[in-house]
Design a protein around this ligand. Sequence first.
Ligand code: SAH
Ligand code: SF4
Ligand code: F3S
Length: 375
Amino acid sequence: MFYHIVTYGCQMNVHESEKIAGILEDLGYEFTPTRNNADVIVFNTCAIREGAEDRAFGNIGALKQQKRKNKNLLIVVCGCMTQQKDVAQRLFDTFPFVDIILGTHNIHLLKSLVMRKLNERKRILQYMESGDVVEGINVKRTSGDNAWVNIMYGCNNFCTYCIVPYVRGREKSRKKIDIINEIKEIIALQSYKTITLLGQNVNSYGNDDPSQGTFAQLLQNICDLQGDFKLTFMTSHPKDLNDDVINVMAQNDKILKELHLPVQSGSNKILKAMNRNYTIEHYLNIVNKLRGKMPDIRLSTDIIVGFPGETEEDFQDTCDLVRTVEYDNIFAFMYSKRGGTVADKMTGQIDDETKHKRVNFLLNLEKEIKAQKEN
Ligand code: SAH
Ligand code: SF4
Ligand code: F3S
């Protein structure tokens, strides 16, 4: 009996698919790299942009034939897309050959849901409004010599464009002892070079439970563990990245000198409309501090072009910022409307042609900067 998992979205989802794999292996299934000979196919979906949802819908729809040939094939859809109640219902109604639909908060229940489906043969749509931190799930690591470790779940920031707080719930930190124990186990295996801590906003680790200490303290505690490993983390929010974290990074050889610091826009007006809670001056100040203490640090960022109300001048501010920081890597996205978010209802939505033009300009600019840096 074989399972196959199709993963969309961010590192959080990549790691969650490793947990899904662990659950399915506990049930006796084995991994197969192709979906054709699978007995269970899981779609772990993403909702960050409209395109991600459309692609998932298309690919799930395409499984109809395979299900017709193999009536016992089990099709499961989970993740951020199906954590939206209306989308989960639409999927359930549109694709009668999908067997189990669940969201992000109930993934730990997959084992019992698969067993229930096999016994009762009735389709399942299980929606959970919110969830707690669940420990003890067997993880089947699949990311080469990198081991992902969740330190927190959810997000409290409500950037006005973003769906994540709605599909991942409020910030919940794992207990430090659980994180440290997981990392000790990873180090003992000696098969992983890098450990990457994961959270939507790692710098606010412990805010919901101050007895766990701060993110900077967590980093230091991990660096103090015996063993040969490198440590990195994502994602950092510029409003929360403080001097303590910068100092711990600079002082510990175990921490990789690289940082993903999404700026989203180079215009203070747009940052305000995005509810990002920092200014470009603040952002550049952090960059200067980082480079002051770690001259070789590699910086990457996320940028959204075509946010409602973004003028040509705002966009040029973003280009200026990119020229100033000289990032090692830029992930540029065209703004995508997400139902239920604040920006969805904003006036001044930008047309697709302008978004395309701006994203292409930015990607060319990145190429030019990279070429200059290499010379
Ligand atoms: N928690 C992280 C990452 C969130 S999602 C952070 O705050 O940085 C990853 C990236 O997707 C974001 O940084 C943003 O650039 C992009 N993104 C999120 N919502 C989007 C939307 N509605 N349209 C386009 N890009 C979006
Ligand atoms: Fe989305 Fe903002 Fe939270 Fe990142 S910090 S997940 S962009 S709401
Ligand atoms: Fe990640 Fe997409 Fe969900 S980016 S948190 S998988 S909406």
